[in-house]
Ligand binder design. Structure first.
Ligand SMILES: Nc1ncnc2c1ncn2[C@@H]1O[C@H](COP(=O)(O)OP(=O)(O)OP(=O)(O)O)[C@@H](O)[C@H]1O
Ligand SMILES: [Mg+2]
Length: 450
């Protein structure tokens, strides 16, 4: 580089003056000046070329500095190899990883830098002729022993003519990522287990509600069977006394007195209704047991035609009996409406809906739940409506989410509607929530008609 250069546009003649250059006069001097001018032109061209060259050199230096700074700031490791897998260049991240100065790495074979167990795969990557990227997970041999697992990509390096001259490897550690992934996976598994457990608990809770309902349902017929049997026992004793007198040949007046005292006529008149009542009680017990048997043994996936009327009434009654306080239940069920599905699961949806409705109407002066079932075309629409406060704005989107509850701890798990929604979907139906125009919540279960 020159520092005593002419200023741009300054000629040789301008710099030294023609009188100093010319030793001639006249024509000779004119020729001499012409020569000088030609030299001047050549000199100017030279200067221009030199300036151009310097500018290009500066640009080149800047480009090189830029590329170096980029390579140095890349946190991924970068290893450039020739086509035989000999390392030509590594970036500072690779130097840091290997724990060896760049000079010591360059000229080594890439295979020497990786875990012997990964050598075959890295050699395959180096041999791969396509320019498409190849990804591997390997470990490097470092000054401190084997490295963490690295995700390495290999890309074919080509010369300007497009011929393959080697491979560029980039890699980043995935050990941390993998550990985080594994922790996440474990946490997910635990969450799923906890969720299953909660679903089981919810099932146990509904079973508890069911058992309480059943106990209540059985209590009534059993108590009047019990009462009737006591009465029958008393009647038997009176009849025995009366018959004994007859068999021992008591005189008609004595028999007549006994007949009045022991109220034999009233007793005989009462027998029929007593027996009828006892029989009815026994039949109600047997019905409850039959319903229970049907519910306790639902083989999963088993479907059968379901008499909507019977199940809806039983489920609603049982749900209502399991909770304290009186709620007026009304039914408007079209005759002979049937669906096909799992009876126990269908029962569970109704119990859950009525259960929620009972909680919602608590505190109303005239708590009331209206249940209807109608057939619309190929579908059966079952509606459970209450006169509670209804569903607040923004709640409708949330109530079907698992664990969403507005009830105090211990009173609700927030799984009832989620489970019911799942059952409805498994049956190819839907469960929707909304509010009645006059207030109060309205849940609509739609299932295919049998
Ligand atoms: N009939 C209703 N009226 C007003 N809000 C209701 C009604 N039914 C459900 N909800 C709201 O939806 C929430 C979720 O109901 P869901 O049955 O899923 O759970 P839960 O009743 O809170 O608890 P769980 O049923 O598991 O015992 C309830 O906490 C309540 O806020
Ligand atoms: Mg509930």
């Amino acid at each position: 580089m020159r520092s005593d250069r002419a200023a741009p546009g300054e000629s040789l003649i301008d710099r030294v003056g023609p009188h100093l250059l010319s030793p001639f006069e006249g024509d000779q001097e004119a020729a001499w000046i012409e020569v000088i001018r030609k030299m001047d032109e050549v000199y100017a061209d030279l200067l221009r070329y030199e300036t151009d060259l310097e500018e290009k050199n500066t640009a080149l230096e800047e480009a090189q500095a830029f590329i170096s700074s980029v390579i140095e700031s890349v946190s991924d490791i970068l290893i450039v190899c020739d086509r035989n897998g000999i390392v030509l260049q590594v970036n500072p991240a690779a130097v840091r990883l290997l724990g060896t100065p760049a000079d010591a790495v360059v000229e080594q074979s890439l295979g020497e830098l990786v875990d012997p167990a990964d050598r075959v795969r890295i050699e395959e990557l180096l041999r791969a002729s396509s320019s498409s990227e190849i990804a591997l997970e390997i470990r490097f041999v470092t000054a401190r022993g084997l490295s963490d697992l690295y995700a390495v990509n290999g890309a074919t390096r080509c010369d300007p003519a497009g011929a393959r001259v080697g491979t560029v490897l980039t890699g980043r550690p995935i050990g941390e990522l993998r550990r985080a992934y594994e922790a996440l996976h474990t946490a997910h598994g635990e969450l799923q287990r906890a969720q299953r457990q909660l679903v089981e608990q919810e099932k146990m809770a509904s079973l508890g509600r069911l058992v309480a309902g059943v106990a209540h349902e059985l209590n009534n017929p059993i108590s009047f069977i019990y009462g009737n049997i006591h009465t029958l026992e008393r009647y038997r004793e009176r009849m025995a006394t009366y018959l004994k007198a007859i068999h021992h040949g008591a005189d008609p007046a004595e028999i007549e007195t006994l007949r009045r005292e022991l109220k034999i006529d009233a007793l005989l008149a009462d027998y029929a209704s007593l027996i009828e009542g006892t029989l009815e009680g026994a039949m109600r017990v047997s019905d409850v047991v039959k319903n229970l048997r049907r519910l306790s043994f639902p083989r999963s996936g088993e479907t059968q035609p379901i008499d909507v009327d019977r199940i809806v009434r039983t489920a609603a009654r049982w749900a209502a009996r399991a909770k304290p306080g009186h709620v007026e239940l009304t039914f408007d069920i079209a005759p002979e409406v049937a669906i096909v599905g799992n009876e126990g699961q269908f029962h569970q949806i109704i119990v859950n809906l009525v259960d929620n409705a009972i909680d919602a109407v608590r505190g109303q002066t005239e708590p009331r739940i209206d249940i209807s079932a109608q057939r619309h075309g190929d579908e059966v629409v079952i509606a459970v409506a209450d006169n509670g406060p209804g569903l607040a704005d923004g709640l409708i989107d949330k109530i079907f989410e698992p664990f969403f509850t507005t009830k105090p701890v211990g009173e609700g798990t927030g799984l009832g509607l989620w489970i019911s929604y799942g059952i409805a979907r498994e049956h190819g139906g839907t469960l929707a929530a909304g509010n009645k125009p006059g207030g109060g919540a309205l849940f609509t279960l739609t299932l295919a008609a049998a």
